[in-house]
Design a protein around this ligand. Structure first.
Ligand code: BDP
Length: 337
């Protein structure tokens, strides 16, 4: 009798433990881009890998096209309160919550993509990525978000409803920028007005409704969002290289078994190369689509481009003063590229 009872007890325990280990959680990931965009493909690959490597314990539902959050700052705030588990966003809105992230997206910081990747995948970039979670602000508070990995997003240039060749031509234009005070200051340094609060999926409509005269972005976003049809002048000033970041919620991280979280981190890192490859393909095809559509692509002379760089140079002091050693190291690394 006693034996039978302990057998039942043992079986119950085994059952309880197995069901605990196989408890499934479904987590949400927010993405502003549509199906097929390089970051969207990377999100889906991340979700697939996590599901496979956790043997189905963790399922990630990827919401594309900004259907969950149209603005990345909204997604970041949802991560902070644990309403959302993951968001693939641009480093630009992250800089509004973690100002040190501005140090890797200053205007005219990198010589080229290889220089940027040497920084991001080297000590500077990896320390900054880790500090998204661990760093404290002036009040001693942490951000509530976790940086998982960087993705490529090429270089950003202005696109407008009129032809522009120089800083002087920018005067008075209303230009949509990402939700980051540094990006507002960047266009204001050109004598233009920076407009925030418009999600990337609403830029096209805002141009056609004449709320703005243009925006700034890379070839793939300019093409994929259809913005090139509303603002058909693409000025190749290439003012910034702003990487993408896959973020997680710190509150959600803390609710997950540490061994499973380690798998999540590893899966995220392993999608970086995947995204970079998809990025290269998309950048080339988007440029072709935009050019074939008859868009006026304006290549600046060295002197014209230098005008943009000089006008924006004050941002280093204004937004980078606390990170000057990092910024100087990044510039120094540029000598090898
Ligand atoms: C694109 C980024 C996306 C940003 C968007 C923007 O991929 O994450 O939200 O720019 O300008 O290049 O808002």
């Amino acid at each position: 009798m006693k034996k039978a009872l302990s057998l039942v007890l043992a079986l119950t325990m085994v059952f309880a433990l197995t069901s605990l280990a196989s408890a499934e959680v479904t987590l949400k990931l927010s993405e502003v881009h549509a199906e097929g965009y390089p970051t969207a493909l990377a999100d889906q690959e991340f979700a697939r890998l996590v599901n496979e490597k956790t043997e189905g314990r963790i399922k990630i539902d990827v919401f594309l096209g900004g259907t969950l959050y149209g603005q990345e700052t909204e997604a970041i705030e949802a991560l902070q309160i644990g309403d959302l588990a993951f968001a693939r966003v641009s480093a630009s809105p992250v800089g509004s919550y973690v100002p040190s992230i501005n140090a890797i997206q200053m205007p005219y910081l990198y010589k080229n993509a290889a220089h940027m990747w040497a920084v991001l995948n080297g000590e500077i970039g990896q320390n900054l990525l880790a500090s998204i979670e661990t760093g404290v602000n002036k009040d001693g508070a942490t951000s509530g978000i976790v940086g998982l990995c960087y993705y490529d997003a090429g270089a950003r240039s202005f696109y407008l409803i009129k032809e522009v060749h120089s800083v002087a031509d920018m005067a008075g234009l209303k230009i949509r920028v990402q939700n980051n005070p540094m990006m507002v200051a960047m266009v204001e340094a050109l004598g233009a007005t920076g407009v925030t609060g418009i999600g990337p999926n609403d830029v096209y409509a805002s141009i056609t409704q004449k709320l703005i005269d243009g925006a700034e972005n890379n070839w793939p976003t300019y093409q994929n969002m259809g913005d090139y049809q509303a603002a058909p002048y693409y000025i190749l000033d290439q003012h910034t290289r702003v990487p993408e970041i896959l973020l997680a919620s710190k509150a959600v991280k803390d609710s997950i078994d540490p061994a499973d979280w380690a798998i999540i981190e590893e899966c995220a890192k392993s999608t970086q190369e995947f995204e970079i490859q998809k990025w290269a393909e998309k950048e080339a095809s988007s440029e072709k689509i935009v050019r074939d559509a008859g868009t006026t692509v304006i290549a600046l002379t060295d002197e014209e481009r230098q005008g943009f760089e000089d006008a924006m140079s004050g941002l280093y002091q204004q937004f980078g003063a606390d990170y000057m050693d990092i910024i100087n190291q990044i510039k120094e690394m540029g000598k090898d590229f």
